[in-house]
Design a protein around this ligand. Sequence first.
Ligand SMILES: CC(C)(COP(=O)(O)OP(=O)(O)OC[C@H]1O[C@@H](n2cnc3c(N)ncnc32)[C@H](O)[C@@H]1OP(=O)(O)O)[C@@H](O)C(=O)NCCC(=O)NCCS
Length: 196
Amino acid sequence: MPSVRSPALIRSADTADAAGIAAVYRPWVTGSVASFETEPPDAAEIARRMLTAPRLPWIAAERDGAVVGYAYAAPHNARAAYRWSVSCSVYLAADERGAGTGRALYRRLRAELPPLGYVTAFAGIALPNEASVGLHTALGFTPVGVYRAAGFKAGRWHDVGWWQLPLREPPAEPVEPRAWAPAPASDDGAAGTPAG
Ligand SMILES: CC(C)(COP(=O)(O)OP(=O)(O)OC[C@H]1O[C@@H](n2cnc3c(N)ncnc32)[C@H](O)[C@@H]1OP(=O)(O)O)[C@@H](O)C(=O)NCCC(=O)NCCS
């Protein structure tokens, strides 16, 4: 049944959101295999990740003043030739699912990446995860392949499916990616963009 919830506010995330992001992420670390981390990072660790170079976009979904979801990009691989490729992730509070918030977060994340110079986005999904596969497919990601028995968590081995999304035409002579900066609060922190 379609959701009747009002759209969450979608905006740039900054280190002030780290505690809220850590709280959203924690249950997916401790109670699921959606994340392959086994120890939930605290707010300080999330803030460190947000600021680690190269700085990449973190987007928050806010409802009633609280962070209820987030999406971010991270370097796909530390080796130099990969530096125009990112890996994307998205997590919502459990009761925020199914209201279009994941789609809105990813649409905003996707829009932030090409102007910075990034060329390709990847996403790894521990299988099965119908909602995440559905979201990535809805956003235009296409399947690349499956890493078999790629991780062991919660007493068993898990396959990871990889998806990818072209962000822009690969340039013949790419310039170095630029660092992301959150939009000033006056531009989007106060008003943000309604999801949808
Ligand atoms: C995956 C997740 C981010 C999806 O976010 P969401 O806000 O619930 O998804 P949306 O409501 O924006 O749905 C967008 C599209 O995704 C797909 N989708 C969402 N939930 C789905 C489900 N349960 N089954 C199949 N497809 C689904 C649909 O195509 C949907 O489009 P539609 O509403 O027009 O049919 C959310 O379920 C979540 O946080 N899950 C737990 C954490 C997780 O697995 N993160 C991904 C790690 S790889």
